[in-house]
Design a protein around this ligand. Structure first.
Ligand code: PLP
Length: 511
């Protein structure tokens, strides 16, 4: 019986024969080559995913020269000598040249701890070149997307009838929702339209408003309160003032998990305010909305179900590959109003046999040809079951609690914010020596410690700014993270901090 390595060897020989005969204009490979290459690609992927990655570097520093080489490579006019070697080389580059957001010690930004089923869903969708913009050619994919969206709305506790679509990520989800809000309330000219959100809001929100033609002078960025939440009295005052000035307030964007600190705006109060004022409430839950899968998270996000629209990124805390975002609307017909088009004759294939309430997704967003993103989450939910997802999200919340308690218990460290939706920020106490380092020096040391940690490939931690000061920040959504591993990262940060700041620390004298 032929082993895989025999097949690989045969394929390499066959390939050498093929490349000598010149160009293959059909862009196909012999079936044996397809199988062998496929095996090799899957070996590389499953080796990466299966390793659990404990003990492996989060990132390998010093790849700049290799990156420069890749950037300047010339166009390959002729076939590769050996595609197996080529695929191996790609595997090496991806393994060594990129950081790994799926690594349990990748604690920066919002990590992306994917599931193998998400990867398989991507491969299946790509393998069938599945069109999802249009039911005529994508009847099954449209049906799967519609079911997955319904499941997601149910998982988040949103109202029956809520619907939406998969998009590339939180930025696109926010843009899609804000377009629907603008068109519903102030029209495309948006004369005098004003929008409100806190200074903790992700930059994709002001950028979306810019794209939508809402003048910067009409965008009200309200300083957060002591808990970094949008202050309702200030919001109410600004809205009233703007109305007095003849402007047209139309939108409030609330956070269900800010990126920096995981904070949640007062969603229920905002929903009630927006209802009374006739404003659209969009909740950016790109990172934090999945907390609503759990009992305690549902409490923290009370009011989420009253939003007009919600962004949620399955490629963050629902463990799907990058490029899996989602936008959900209480009244999805608003999407048709914003994005619907009359189909040109060449698309009028007279789609029949579909229920009236089915949707052509090209009518709900900016993309016509779309990736079949839904299949990743659909397959993952089918394989693992929704309860596994609830447990994985709950585990993130528990680990964040444990790590925050550990930080508090360590002399020399102090929690600054959280844990809130798995984000905890903390700082090192200053040394017992005088004079105390300046605020600028302390800020600089935080970034230096994070850089030292990264350069050792040990953990990926990036600082954040809270109350104008640099702090250490951990985001622990990875369901494969272990408390022991995370405690070791905290210990290492403490050591690096002491080495820079001096020790012992002055108890309770944080800067
Ligand atoms: C709260 C929030 N909104 C929006 C985004 C943008 O999401 P994406 O990077 O998927 O476009 C992020 C990304 O981290 C985020 O944390």
């Amino acid at each position: 019986m032929n082993t895989i390595s025999d097949t690989l060897q045969d394929t390499a020989d066959e390939w050498r024969g093929l490349t000598q005969t010149g160009v293959d204009a059909s862009l196909t490979l012999p079936q044996a080559a397809v199988t062998a290459l496929g095996h090799r690609v899957w070996e590389i992927i499953s080796g990466h995913l299966g390793a659990g990655r404990h003990g492996l570097p989060v990132a390998t520093p010093g790849f700049a020269a290799e990156a420069d080489r890749l950037r300047s490579e010339s166009l390959p006019d002729v076939p590769a000598d050996d595609p197996l070697t080529l695929v191996d080389e790609v595997g090496r580059l991806l393994r060594e040249g990129n950081a790994h957001p799926d690594h349990p010690d990748f604690l920066a930004f919002v990590p992306a701890p994917g599931t193998v089923t998400g990867v398989l869903g991507s491969a299946l969708a790509a393998g069938f070149a599945v069109p999802t913009g249009w039911r005529f050619t994508g009847s099954v994919s449209s049906a799967i997307e519609s079911a997955t969206i319904r499941w997601l709305a149910e998982l988040l506790g949103l109202a029956p009838g809520t619907s939406g679509l998969f998009v590339s990520g939180g930025s696109t989800a926010n843009l899609t929702a804000l377009t629907a809000a603008r068109d519903a309330l102030v029209g495309t000219e948006a004369c005098g339209a004003t929008a409100y959100f806190s200074d903790q809001t992700h930059f994709s929100v002001p950028r979306a408003l810019h794209v939508l033609g809402i003048a910067e002078a009409r965008v009200r960025v309200l300083p957060g309160d002591a808990n970094r939440r949008i202050p309702l009295p200030d919001l109410a005052r600004r809205v009233a003032e703007d109305r007095c000035d003849g402007l047209r307030p139309f939108l409030v964007v609330a956070n269900a998990g800010t990126t920096a600190t995981g904070d949640v705006d007062p969603l229920a109060e905002l929903a009630s305010f927006c209802r009374d004022e006739g404003l659209w409430l969009h909740v950016d839950g790109a990172f934090g909305a999945p907390a609503a899968l759990t009992g305690r998270g549902r409490g923290l996000l009370a009011g989420l179900d009253a939003a007009d629209s919600v962004s949620v990124d399955p490629h963050k805390w629902l463990f799907q590959p990058a490029g899996t975002g989602c936008v959900l609307l209480r009244d999805p017909a608003r999407l048709t109003r914003a994005f619907g088009v009359g189909l040109p004759g060449y698309l009028d294939a007279g789609a029949t046999g579909h229920a009236e309430d089915e949707v052509d997704y090209l009518q709900w967003g900016v993309e016509q040809t779309r990736e079949f993103r839904a299949l990743r989450l659909w397959l993952s939910l089918k394989v693992f079951g929704a309860d596994a997802f609830r447990a994985a999200v709950d585990r993130g919340l528990s680990i964040a609690d444990e790590i925050a308690a550990y930080i508090e218990s360590r002399p020399g460290l102090e929690v600054v914010t959280g844990p809130s939706l798995t984000v905890v920020t903390f700082r090192g106490l200053p040394p017992a020596t005088t004079p105390l380092p300046s605020a600028e020096d302390t800020d600089r040391m935080v970034d230096e410690v994070c850089r030292d940690l990264r350069s050792q490939g040990r953990a990926m931690v990036v600082g954040a700014t809270v109350g104008g000061r640099r702090v250490f920040r951990l985001c622990v959504i990875n369901p494969r993270a272990e408390c022991d591993g995370l405690r070791a990262v905290v210990d290492r940060i403490a050591e690096l901090w002491s080495a820079r700041a001096g020790s012992p620390q002055r108890p309770g004298a944080a800067l």
